[in-house]
Design a protein around this ligand. Structure first.
Ligand code: BGC
Length: 757
């Protein structure tokens, strides 16, 4: 028998002893403080205000300084920098009766000053260590800017590319989404929140926001509990398990009740079942928006939110206005207020703010940390790893550093559009455009000719709506025909055409839902004209959502999806175009062939009448006018090399409930350059007490292979990978037959069978 490891045992005892002692110390401190607090002062802690800045609605808090002085503010968001934050903190610490410091939050979503790819792009790297690192850098920069709280990660599963906020999440899959949720929280919070380089994470939007009907933002959500538990809730749970300090309610309804008033969600599920210990903040005005939902007047919605489990009200100020009255009328208990106040104070304690309210205000650090060379270098590498090569016929890519390149398109040289949505602290002027990146990487070896070719869109009303934060869509003085003619002339002089097309940054993100998700007409006309020249064309796509690219896929030999790659995107695109980085990204969301197919996702159920290619289509689950399959499936992405997969070998065909199965494939680099492959494991439960998805991602591994090299990749499967929530919402596994699939994406896989006893 193996000897017990005494050292490890002693270490655990010491750790748990220290943790208990720390938590007792915190409880004592907060209890003492709360004994001194009046009801009004406690209610003040539940109020989150913003003096304005990058806000997402018409409400801006009034008399902020005055309110802080009166002890009516628990936290503030929207300001950055040691100077401003020190001043606001001083008001709280010096002028309030109990000197309680404030939280300072901000939307730090994909980097703070150094901007990384939008989250959908980050997820396409499938590189969780790297994603954690991006959150670590963001936390370093955010704290250098005196912040202690970030409104990230956004972990909403999204299967509808019409929804603009699909850009802010990690795509359609609960397994991958959970892994990313976990590492983002770890990256932000580290293992000690009180360090001056860590920030408190805020998981959002709890819950199910990504399932807004018709992809229209803020719209109703309605789904079965079984779907909720198996497909939509896992990433929030993973973030909570990783120790996220706060969570934000979503704007939508769940089972007919807005999340912000949903006691089942915020108390029964989140606190009682999941054991969440942090605090719950509403989304921006989500509390008062419940009046529009038809839940009652402003006082009633404050009552509902408090009793549901909301601890902090983001800018609605209904709690500030009514909580005291509600307590007096017996509609909200003192305990409810006490619990909420305690949770907010605990967050401040954990952040070390009671020891030193100015611990994040360090002028020197701001100078060295923000947009440092190391951070920019990381941004360049991370961006390159997020790009997905969708098509590359006849190895058009990588390009040689010689000859003449026609660089065409409204996004080819647009600083304004590189950073993507939710980059509130990013400076577009510091972003590297694709034109600049190509010049940096190819130098004088290539001759670059440029033509804008088209506006991002020619639709005046649409342009006005997109340009609310600045001129992302610039309108040329020339007519569309003149621009296209110039582009065609330019193309005719070149050996290869790089057409940089896609979306303006704010065509995705909050309040940016679209019913047309293909290229805008102006760009489609341009691309058609370019194709007619007969030149080799590479489309470099900038986008925050899956786009419909059916025509492009048929007519263009190479398409590289670069999302919105952030500050260093231009350099990273050039690194990939010229082959110094071999693309390795894989889609984390399916790309539909047309809008009518939406929602389309890989882990769907089988119907009673499934359609298989070659079948007679009548009376099958299919469309008369389109295929069922997506244009590019989940997990898909090409490389400049090719990989072959052996058949799967299983070490046993029978899995015992206490046992394990090892599934192994050999992957070979069959091309002529080194490359990185993400090997994906999917499982199907063939028979269940409820219908089970046709495939579910259960693992993935990244390997690097030199040309001709082979590696064995093994996955260990246990009953934990086979569990699901049944109709009674019990987390169970069920004996029977399973299929295991391993492959390069969710469509192209090898398969094998095993049985669970
Ligand atoms: C968004 C949140 C964001 C908040 C604060 C809201 O409109 O939904 O994601 O954190 O504004 O800016």
């Amino acid at each position: 028998m193996k000897k017990p490891n005494i050292t490890l045992f002693v270490f655990f005892i010491i750790c748990s002893f220290t943790a208990n002692a720390q938590s007792n110390k915190m409880n004592d401190f907060i209890s003492n403080l709360m004994k001194k607090m009046t009801l009004e002062e406690k209610i003040g802690q539940l109020n989150l205000v913003t003096p304005g800045g990058a806000v997402t609605g018409s409400v801006v808090s009034k008399d902020v300084d005055d309110k802080i002085r009166k002890g009516q503010v628990g936290g503030l968001f929207g300001i950055t920098g040691p100077d401003k934050i020190r001043k606001a903190q001083e008001i709280a610490v010096k002028n309030t009766r109990l000197h309680i410091p404030l939280l300072f939050g901000l939307d730090v979503i994909h980097g703070h000053r150094t901007i990384f790819p939008i989250p959908l792009g980050l997820s396409a790297s499938w590189d969780t260590a790297m994603i954690r690192h991006s959150a670590r850098i963001a936390a370093n920069e955010a704290t250098a800017d005196a912040l202690n709280w970030v409104y990230s990660p956004m972990v909403d599963i999204a299967r509808d590319p019409r929804w603009g906020r699909i850009a802010e999440g990690s795509g359609e899959d609960p397994f991958l989404g959970s892994q990313i949720a976990k590492v983002m929280v770890e990256g932000y919070q580290g293992n000690d929140l009180s360090k001056d380089t860590t920030v408190m994470a805020c998981v959002k939007h709890f819950a199910l926001y990504g399932a807004a009907e018709a992809g229209r933002d803020y719209n109703t959500v309605d789904m079965s509990k079984v779907r909720m538990y198996n497909e939509y809730l896992p990433p929030y749970k993973a973030a909570v398990d990783a120790g996220a300090g706060s969570i934000m309610t979503s704007f939508n309804t769940i089972d007919g009740i807005p999340a912000t008033a949903n006691k089942w969600l915020l108390t029964d599920l989140l606190r009682k079942q999941w054991g969440f210990k942090g605090f719950v903040v509403t989304d921006y005005t989500a509390l008062s928006e419940m009046i529009n939902h038809g839940m009652g007047d402003d006082k009633k919605v404050a009552e509902l939110a408090l009793n549901a489990g909301v601890d902090m009200d983001m800018v609605s100020e209904e709690i500030l206005k009514y909580a005291s009255q509600l307590v007096k009328e017996g509609k909200v208990s003192v305990k409810t207020i006490d619990d909420a106040c305690r949770r907010v104070l605990e967050a401040k304690y954990k952040l070390g703010l009671f020891d030193d309210p100015y611990r994040y205000c360090n002028d020197e650090k701001a100078k060295t940390e923000l947009m440092s060379d190391a951070n920019l270098q990381a941004a360049r590498e991370i961006a390159a790893r997020s790009f997905v090569l969708l098509k590359n016929d006849h190895n058009v890519l990588p390009l040689k550093k010689s000859g003449t390149i026609a660089l065409i398109g409204p996004l080819a040289d647009s600083k304004r559009n590189m950073l993507g949505t939710w980059s509130v602290s990013g400076d577009p002027e510091k972003s590297v455009t694709i034109m600049q990146g190509i010049k940096n990487v190819a130098g004088n070896d290539v001759n670059i000719l440029y033509a804008k070719g088209a506006n991002i869109s020619d639709d005046t009303e649409f342009i006005k709506r997109v340009n609310v934060f600045g001129e992302e869509i610039t309108v040329d003085k020339r007519s569309p025909q003149e621009m296209i003619s110039e582009a065609v002339e330019t193309a005719n002089k070149a050996d290869v055409v790089i057409a940089v097309l896609g979306e303006a940054a704010d065509m995705t993100g909050e309040s940016s839902s679209m019913t047309h998700i293909g290229l805008q007409q102006s760009q489609e006309d341009l691309l058609k004209a370019l194709v007619k020249t007969g030149k080799r064309i590479v489309v470099v796509l900038m986008n925050g959502r899956p786009m419909t690219l059916t025509w492009e896929d048929e007519h263009v030999p190479a398409i590289l999806d670069t999302w919105f790659g952030g500050t260093e995107a231009g350099n990273a695109v050039a690194d990939v175009l010229f082959g110094s980085y071999n693309p390795s990204g894989k889609l984390t969301v399916s790309f539909p062939r047309n809008v009518g197919q939406i929602p389309i996702y890989y882990n769907h159920f089988n119907t009673g009448r499934p359609f298989h290619p070659g079948d007679s289509p009548k009376f099958k689950s299919d469309y008369l006018d389109a295929e069922n399959t997506p244009l590019y499936p989940f997990g898909y992405g090409l490389s400049y090399t090719t990989f072959s997969y052996s058949d799967i070998s299983l070490n046993t065909k029978i899995l015992k409930p206490t046992g394990k199965i090892t599934a192994t494939v050999t992957v070979t680099n069959t091309g002529s350059v080194a490359g990185k492959e993400t090997v994906q494991l999917y499982i199907r439960d063939m028979v269940g007490s409820i219908v089970r998805p046709v495939k579910e991602l259960k693992g993935f591994q990244q390997i690097a292979l030199a040309p001709g090299e082979s590696k064995k990749v093994s996955f260990t499967i246990s009953v934990d990978d086979l569990k699901f929530f049944n109709n009674d919402l019990k987390y169970v596994y069920e004996p029977g037959n399973f299929k295991v699939f391993i492959g390069t994406n969710s469509r192209d896989v090898k398969e094998a069978d095993f049985k669970l006893e």
